[in-house]
Design a protein around this ligand. Sequence first.
Ligand SMILES: [Fe+2]
Length: 253
Amino acid sequence: MPDEATPGGLETLPQLNKYARDLALIYQSEKEKRKALELAHERLREAYEETINRLVIASEYRDRETGNHIVRIARYSAFMAQKLGRPGEEVEKIRLASPMHDVGKIGIPDAILLKPGKLTGEEFEIIKTHTLIGAKILGGSTSEVLQTASEIALTHHEKWNGRGYPGGFAGNDIPLGGRIVAVADVFDALISNRPYKEAFSVARAIEIIRSERGGHFDPELVDLFLDNLNGIVEIRDRESKLTHEKGPDASPS
Ligand SMILES: [Fe+2]
């Protein structure tokens, strides 16, 4: 269609300059909008992550786990998922979801959760329900992170050989997040101080993890853990500086 300003549809130089200026303004304004949106998204992500961490701190408040424990579980778990070659999105989901594995402890009575001595069979049955309670608290959400968290809460005490709880699932029937957190949680419990035991050395903890290859733990994950010990120990060293851990039980419940 011919341009109105000049016969034959040819724009004049001032017109072209005006278009260029308008385009530059639109571009600039879109750029600013995108930047503001990115910033808002980042703030939302930070608030989301902090909310998760505070939820976890609230649930672990009674048995005095530390923030360091939560951070370490997240780091070990994400590290293993990444070394396994899982996509970045899944690694991030596991990183955010793994610290919530024990939120169900909020539903366990103090007399059992904080009992200093050995638990009776009946008490242990009650402790086991923290998996179901956690899955229920976190379940039914449209958020993929919370869906992963619910799955991990439910399955982090399942064992590769089918002798875990609450479902007695075995092998790959246990979701990857649950299998990963099982290794991370046990390792962290072993190398942490408890009221009635000193922390095991990393070497002793590794020995125990190795001895449960194909028993408690997914053999592929144990191999991965052993092949990447430097990274694991680095996380332990970096995230343990302020640790003053205390808990009712040496084994993660
Ligand atoms: Fe647990």
